[in-house]
Write a protein of this length. Structure first.
Length: 726
């Protein structure tokens, strides 16, 4: 909808975007960038009179007034507008900050079947600058924003971009802030507290998002709950350094936003050139955290490149053999995997030249004939003959100094040559970073990987990235922006050359699993931790943005290598079931009883994945901090699957009933436990419905009253399968 405000001397154009319960009301003034007057709940149809009334109702003071502060911050607030918070744009020419005086240019809108988007241009002809702002409301009601800064061909000179960020207003009642942190093997740990007063920027400087990445920044009216309450959230689709920002000022609307973090001199836009920001994705929900997830999941599943085939059950060999590659042993492992029901066999690190440990070999992407005398094609052929896909591990962005490539091209590193091989901080994990912004480096990697994909017959790549970028430089300039954009180009071109090739983003676990890398990859490895207790929360919070089919969730050995904790097989299987499932385990060590359970699990996964990987994710607000309840409900409400799990001892001997949300309240459902994974263990009291094996109840009862569960012991889980009955 595009309307004009009537009856004013300075008439402005307006755009109203509406989709899937969300509305965005945008003003296009004659001077300055667009202003967003509302982002949140759908307000219904708005005619010109309603929009004029909306503006009157929200304004602070009648014009002309006497205040020196900005009347309402634009999408790009700046100090020259009277904005006292963090500016949205800082650009410099000849060492002097510019304060553009923007005037409105072309505004293009598309709504309805053609899309839900607005592209607006503003110009400062004196400075030779044009800014294009794009807002697009995607399926699910997820709002994306990008900026493009262009410098005119006849401009007086280049401009250096210090930052160009996106921010939207949220109601002042949103006074709680939730962000994320974490560490290796404990990614995406949430933290909620009061929204800090003033302008606050949280920044990451790792050259990748990192295990402690903000992941999502959400403002809410109260501490966020799974199914209740309003939230306004932002995620930056960028696989590198970022700024997440809030502005809570006494005389302005609250702003929430994000943008790429740039170092001085990193992005310089010359005359006739332009630069585009990463997309910032904004999600509003009035249904708690599950409402945020629904918007992200719906959008991700609507993308043309979203995986459409069944997500295969995977075996990855890392925790099975580590660097000890023996062709006969790996072959037996593949045969055992196929007999259990594995559908994708992935050979991890250790297959290439000199790679007997993690101190050498990176960069030499050639099969080590001392270990694999006949190459990897025979293994790939055997895996294919067993009915499985063949996958291979790479870490293409990295290099070890002890490699033929480093000896031949010492100038290919994205580091200051004067600091190689010291200080030690640069050689994290005995490896350095290749400068992919150099066309010769990117071209070398593309040709080498493409050759191996074709020569070996690779269906899947586990693409790893095991270190931060420390003082990364392309020539003399900071290189993080150029490096990340080159990585995306490399992956996109490799996949374009090899249709059907799938790629997983792994970064020492979950340090790079944002929507930016997922524009060119097919799933993420959520964490290097296969401790199922830790995985309960890692997968839950990774799933806040990503649907289950995009999140690798593997069953590790009885004792986790990352924590030393030993948990039951049934618990490990229940945790894996709720993602893109697989094994990270030497299956040759399994006894006959374990093999039988794993075979049943493989069949259960194949049976349930059409629901698990298309349904709506739901959670239950529970009081006990040791209880985890995660479910997925079919789009038509015909069925659902839940895991009810503990991560510690429950508080009460009579635990709280578990509510199963998302079902059709007027249909009846049969609830039963799927025992294929093995039996959970609990105390001495068993609810009658469990003793009977099942119970039939209306969806309204299951969602309102719920089911009494037993007092599960620590690290135990039930898998509930709910199906509609006539």
């Amino acid at each position: 909808m595009s309307v004009a405000e009537p009856g004013t001397a300075a008439a402005s154009d307006w755009t109203v975007l509406r989709r899937d319960g969300v509305a965005v009301v945008i003003e296009h003034p004659r001077h300055g960038p667009p202003l967003v007057h509302h982002w949140g709940a759908d307000l219904g149809p708005l005619d010109p009179a309603a929009i004029a009334g909306l503006v009157q109702a929200e304004q602070r003071q009648t014009l002309p007034g006497t205040l020196d502060a900005a009347w309402w911050p634009s999408l790009l607030p700046q100090e020259s507008d009277g904005w006292p918070g963090r500016p949205g744009l800082l650009v410099v020419r000849d060492g002097v900050p510019l304060t553009p005086a923007w005037t409105r240019g072309e505004v293009c809108t598309s709504t309805g079947e053609l899309g839900h988007a607005v592209d607006a241009q503003v110009h400062d002809h004196r400075a030779g600058l044009t800014l294009r702002l794009r807002l697009h409301l995607e399926p699910g009601g997820l709002l994306g924003l990008e900026h493009e800064l262009a410098v005119a061909a006849d401009a007086p000179g280049p401009v250096e971009v210090h930052w160009l960020e996106t921010a939207l207003p949220v109601p002042t009642r949103a006074d709680r802030a939730t962000t994320f942190s974490g560490r290796w093997t404990r990614e995406k740990a949430p933290s909620t507290g009061p929204l800090a007063r003033g302008s606050v920027a949280r920044q990451t400087r790792r050259g990748r998002p990192g295990h402690d990445q903000p992941w999502l920044l959400a403002l809410s009216t109260a501490d966020p709950r799974d199914r209740e309450g309003e939230l306004w959230a932002v995620h930056l689709a960028w696989s590198s350094d970022a700024t997440y920002r809030t502005d809570r000022l006494p005389d302005q609307p609250t702003l929430l936003g994000a943008g790429e973090l740039l170092r001085p001199g990193e992005v310089v836009v010359g005359p006739g050139a332009s630069w585009t920001t990463p997309t910032a994705w904004f999600a509003w929900s009035d249904a708690g955290l599950d409402g945020v997830s629904a918007r992200f999941h719906t959008f991700l599943r609507s993308r043309p490149q979203h995986p459409r085939t069944a997500r295969p059950l995977v075996l990855n060999t890392w925790e099975a053999v580590y660097f000890d590659h023996d062709p006969a042993t790996v072959g037996r492992l593949a045969e055992r995997a196929a007999s259990i029901g594995v559908e994708r066999f992935v050979l991890d690190d250790g297959w290439f030249l000199g790679r007997r440990d993690d101190t050498r070999g990176l960069g030499d992407w050639e099969v080590d004939r001392a270990v694999w005398p006949d190459g990897l094609r025979p293994l790939a052929d055997r895996v294919h003959a067993l009915g499985m896909e063949f996958g291979l591990w790479f870490e293409p962005e990295m290099i070890c100094l002890d490699s033929d490539l480093a000896r031949a091209h010492p100038d290919w590193l994205v580091h200051d040559p004067a600091q190689v091989p010291s200080p030690p901080s640069l050689s994290w994990r005995s490896q350095y970073v290749l400068d992919l912004a150099r066309p010769d480096v990117l071209g070398h990697l593309l040709e080498r990987l493409d050759h191996l994909v074709r020569e070996i017959g690779i269906d899947f790549i586990k693409w790893d990235h095991n270190r931060d970028l420390v003082d990364a430089r392309h020539g003399v300039r900071p290189a993080v922006d150029a490096q990340n954009r080159a990585v995306l180009r490399l992956i996109a071109e490799l996949k374009a050359r090899n249709p059907g090739l799938e790629i997983e983003s792994c970064s020492s676990g979950g340090a790079r699993c944002d929507l930016g890398i997922l524009a060119v990859t097919d799933r993420v490895w959520a964490s290097d931790s296969n401790d199922a207790v830790e995985r309960q929360d890692i997968q839950r919070w990774t799933g806040l943005l990503l649907p289950p089919e995009l999140v690798g969730a593997h069953v590790g050995p009885p004792t986790a290598h990352s924590s030393g904790r030993t948990v039951d097989l049934s618990y490990r299987l229940a945790t894996s079931l709720m993602g893109s499932a697989g094994f990270e385990w030497d299956l040759l060590t399994c006894d006959d009883a374990e093999v039988a359970v794993l075979t049943r699990f493989a069949a259960l996964y194949r049976e349930l994945r059409p629901l698990l990987h298309t349904g709506t994710v739901v959670h239950a607000d529970v009081r006990d901090p040791a209880l985890r309840v995660s479910g997925i409900v079919a789009a038509d409400g015909s069925a659902g699957v839940w895991t009810v799990a503990t991560v510690a001892a429950l508080e009460d001997a009579r635990p709280e009933p578990v509510r199963l949300h998302g079902l059709d309240p007027d249909r009846r459902y049969r609830v039963r436990v799927r025992h294929e994974i093995g039996a959970a263990r609990w105390g001495w009291v068993t609810p009658p419905w469990l003793s009977a094996g099942e119970v039939v109840l209306p969806g309204r009862v299951l969602g309102t009253l719920g089911l009494q569960i037993p007092a599960l012991w620590p690290a135990q889980a039930l898998v509930l399968h709910v199906t509609a009955v006539p």
